[in-house]
Design a protein around this ligand. Structure first.
Ligand code: SF4
Length: 467
């Protein structure tokens, strides 16, 4: 998500900001702009550059805008679910962009429909708009605060009316959201890399449980709950975010390098070259090489013009995506013992394919090092691992996974090593991070169907060997 208030080039800045956030979602993109009187929207399926030509941007005139690139986790694909969502009513318009996933969406939607609401989309984002409109008192910030108090799960929201821009972060702060300044304007972005690309300066992060209100009089901060406990998604550091972004004053590239170094401390191996799976594991591979003394090499090259496989929604698309986007460098891996550093194994499909690519290019050994613990439990907070059936580590031991992906050895980072490398002092639930997909300890209440899923995952999982 990206937002700007108080700049004559609001839509264009939002476009550039979203461009640097494209790695967070490639299924749709949209921008809503306000000129102080009306909200205008342009959105569509696909990459940002596919949705916006120069004509579209020129027509989005105004001093404030919010934008979104979509990665569908809740709700189906389709134009109506592409964000921002725009709602018009007699009392004014409201645009909404959401990063995350609500855990009480089904219950709220049923309740709202029972009470007469008609939903235009299948996305859980729309729920907030209905809740806001049902609050019969106060100004927009009072209405938003009241509505937010009903929501559970992960949410970072940008909400825009003709006259105001609001930003809200759930009480656990699962998803990142930062505030910056540019030429007197306020900017908001899911990652700080978006500030760099437009020349904005970073001010601070939106805090868990905080509501930011920006209008022509400036920026105000309010709380919609005092019951907040930061649990930022660990996968933001491990996988999602761009290396040039910072969260909690921790740089993502630096954290990933430390993950690689910690991996050497936990699982060294004799090898000739270290390579990382582009792009998200390059930093960790450099860290592994530095700590082990084994040279880092570009053993895998990514075709930049193919989307990320993890993010593509169907198995067939993911399989095809892996074939199209990665090429082994034969001159680097042929006849070599290769350490392949990667950030996660979700289904195992991608890892198996990459190990095979390296072997086909002549690697004589492939040692896989995953700079995260095994993902054994589903995520309900906005990462597309909502079913335990998809998680190879929910039903297989590490040795079974090694055989499945065809590696000579396979090791995962420990939970303690993960926290230490990221730079956390505490090792418990107050460490500031969500670790639920590794531990099954969810920072929020999870609801009956979800709890059943995760409990089932815990019961069925064979005990994984630790070495
Ligand atoms: S369960 Fe895992 S993927 Fe989901 S928010 Fe927590 S750490 Fe991130």
């Amino acid at each position: 998500m990206f937002g700007v208030w108080g700049h004559p080039e609001a839509a264009r800045l939002t476009y550039y900001g979203l461009h640097s956030l494209q790695h967070r979602g490639q299924e749709g993109a949209g921008i809503v702009v306000t000129d102080g009187e009306t909200l205008k929207i342009s959105k569509g399926p696909g990459l940002l550059t596919e949705v916006f030509g120069t004509g579209e941007l020129d027509s989005l005139t105004g001093k404030a805008a919010i934008g979104h690139v979509r990665y569908s986790t809740a709700g189906e694909e389709g134009y109506e679910n592409v964000q921002p969502l725009l709602f018009n009513s007699q009392t004014g318009s409201l645009a909404l962009a959401h990063n995350g996933s609500l855990t009480n969406a089904d219950a709220l939607k049923s309740q709202l429909e029972y009470q007469g609401s008609i939903f235009q989309t299948t996305s859980d984002t729309e729920i907030l708009a209905h809740l806001i409109r049902r609050v019969g008192f106060g100004n927009i910030e009072d209405q938003v605060k009241s509505a937010l108090s009903i929501l559970k799960g992960a949410y970072a929201y940008l909400i825009m009316t003709e006259k105001k821009l609001l930003a809200a972060l759930d009480p656990n702060g699962f998803r990142p959201l930062s505030i910056g300044r540019l030429d007197g304007a306020y900017v908001l972005a899911s990652e700080t890399c978006a500030f760099d690309v437009i020349g904005a300066t970073y001010e601070r992060e939106v805090m868990p449980g905080e509501l930011i209100i920006i209008d022509d009089t400036g920026l105000r901060s309010e709380r919609f709950t005092m019951n907040a406990n930061r649990a930022i998604c660990s996968m933001e550091y491990i996988y999602f975010a761009r290396p040039d972004s910072d969260f909690d004053n921790i740089n993502v590239h630096t954290a990933r390098k430390r993950l690689g170094k910690q991996m050497v401390a936990e699982a060294p191996v004799e090898a000739d070259v270290v390579t990382g799976v582009p792009d998200s594991s390059i930093s960790a591979a450099i860290g592994y090489a530095e700590a082990s003394g084994i040279p880092y090499e570009l053993g895998l090259i990514k075709n930049r013009y193919v989307g990320r496989t993890f993010i593509q929604p169907t198995q067939e698309m993911r399989e095809r995506g892996v074939k199209m986007k990665l090429s082994p460098v034969r001159g680097v891996v042929e006849g070599k013992r290769v350490v392949m550093v990667d950030d996660s194994i979700v289904r195992g499909t991608t890892s198996r394919r990459i190990v095979q690519l390296l072997r086909d290019a002549g690697a004589i050994e492939v040692h896989v090092r995953i700079t995260a613990p095994p993902i054994e439990f589903p995520c309900f907070y906005g990462v597309d691992t909502t079913s335990k059936e998809e998680l190879i580590a929910a039903s297989m031991s590490i040795e079974e996974i090694r055989q499945e992906i065809g590696a000579d050895s396979l090791e995962f980072l420990s939970k303690e090593g993960l926290l230490k490398a990221i730079g956390r002092q505490d090792q418990d639930e107050n460490c500031g991070q969500c670790l639920a997909c590794f531990t099954g300890k969810y920072p929020t209440e999870v609801f009956p169907d979800e709890a059943t899923n995760s409990n089932m995952a815990a019961q069925k999982k064979p005990k994984a060997p630790t070495s």
